[in-house]
Write a protein that binds this ligand. Structure first.
Ligand code: FAD
Length: 383
């Protein structure tokens, strides 16, 4: 079986690694980035315990290398901006092992390492053709011009949220906005940072999120509701306007919020601004000849840190199924209910980010048995 993998991000790298030595399977991975170029990934991220469980069960060497390159995500606390604590969770109460905190560039380096010399880098998927046997033939733009590598029995779209393979086989997906802005920043002047593990700080529905990552850096993300037109007002893109959103009006900010706002103001030009959105889920297209994994199938809202986490589950599960001679339908049967649950739960957990939210009541509800049971399902219910 000839399998072409488009994109060696999270899902594509893991799938390629799982399939690369399997008899009867010939894989070729195509990636638009140059070898060793992980520069598009400037920030940090947290990966959930469920991804670690999937790796531990099915790709133990990758589990060990990810642990070694990261810090453990052992705790999750939620404070008000003045420092009042609302929520404090030991991740082991809802998971079998901690998650991890890591830099993006390090995650990509680690996942792409086993594919060194086996990936066609500098290949940007541009178009699709068919061969005489009805197999899909991807057409790539390269520095030398257009390139083809023949027909594939299965093409895997692991090319992220703006998947070209999905657009070519099923049209551009609708964007389903949450009407929330999220900005992200990685700061490296962190000697006096007053916290370590994963925290969130709310001032109304305006939320800062932050944690340390390896290499002496701290990841900071700010989120706030957008006006009804869904656009990020230019007037809010100043340090003073952001400070007014995240600092309490009637009390001094707690030490963590004060520290983040100072770092944010100093490194304001490095902020990456985005709008939070999901897209309709799609696992297969082109009569089963195209299979989608990770963001190309199930773009998530970032609220529960499940984007890359679900891409890990996708890569591991698809690797397990296809390596044992299973089909894309079997991958879909395992992944669709799970990804649907995680996507819906991530949207549900975004309640405290919406305009007019009662953040105190919404956060306290997250310490109640119903929410904790869902978290336990999220973090442990892995194929
Ligand atoms: C700043 C930021 C912070 C985030 N934080 C978190 C977090 O804390 N926790 C979490 O779980 N998720 C987080 N996410 C979400 C996470 O990035 C994605 O969900 C995850 O990367 C999806 O993995 P993937 O394998 O589907 O796609 P990606 O990792 O996006 O990989 C896609 C790959 O395809 C390649 N590619 C794209 N188009 C083409 C093409 N036409 N031809 C060839 N190659 C192509 C790209 O170069 C890339 O290598 C964050 C996202 C961003 C942007």
């Amino acid at each position: 079986m000839r399998i072409g993998i488009i994109g060696t991000g999270v899902a594509g790298s893991l799938l390629a690694e799982a399939l690369q030595a399997k008899p009867g399977v010939e894989i070729t991975a195509f990636e638009r980035a140059a070898p060793g170029d992980h520069a598009e990934a400037g920030t940090g991220l947290n990966i959930g315990p469920n991804a670690l469980k999937a790796l531990r069960l099915h790709m133990p060497a990758r589990h060990a290398s990810l642990r070694a390159a990261s810090l453990p995500w052992e705790r999750w606390f939620i404070d008000l901006a003045d420092g009042t604590r609302l929520f404090d969770l030991d991740m082991r109460d809802v998971a079998e092992e901690p998650g991890v905190r890591i830099r993006w560039s390090e995650l990509y380096r680690l996942l792409r390492e086993p594919l060194a010399g086996r990936t066609r880098n500098g290949h940007v998927l541009e178009a699709l053709e068919e061969d005489a046997a009805g197999r899909l033939v991807p057409v790539f733009r390269t520095a030398e011009g257009l390139a083809r590598d023949g027909g594939f029995d299965l093409l895997v779209g692991a090319d992220g949220r703006y998947s070209r393979l999905r657009a070519l086989t099923a049209g551009e997906p609708d964007s389903l906005p949450l009407n929330v802005c999220i900005w992200r920043l990685l700061v490296t002047d962190v000697a006096d940072c007053p916290y370590d593990d994963y925290g969130q700080w709310f001032n109304g529905p305006h939320r800062l999120l932050s944690f340390r990552v390896p290499g002496g850096a701290v990841y900071i993300a700010g989120a706030f509701p957008l006006p009804e037109d869904g656009q990020i007002p230019e007037a809010l893109k100043t340090p003073a306007a952001q400070r007014a959103l995240f600092a309490p009006a009637d009390a001094p900010p707690g030490p963590a919020v004060a520290w983040m706002l100072d770092r944010m103001a100093t490194e304001f030009d490095d902020i990456h601004w985005a709008r939070v959105a999901t897209a309709p889920m799609l696992r297969q297209a082109a009569g089963g000849r195209a299979l989608f994994l990770g963001d190309s199938a199930q773009a998530m809202v970032p609220t529960l840190g499940q984007g890359a986490t679900q891409a890990v589950e996708c890569g591991v599960v698809a690797g397990m199924v296809l390596a044992s001679g299973g089909t894309a339908d079997e991958v879909a049967a395992l992944r669709d209910p799970r990804a649907g649950f995680v996507r819906d739960f991530s949207v549900e957990a975004s309640d405290t980010l919406r305009a007019g939210a009662d953040v105190v009541a919404g956060t306290r509800a997250k310490m109640q048995p119903a929410f904790l049971a869902k978290l336990r399902r999220l973090y442990t219910d892995v194929a």
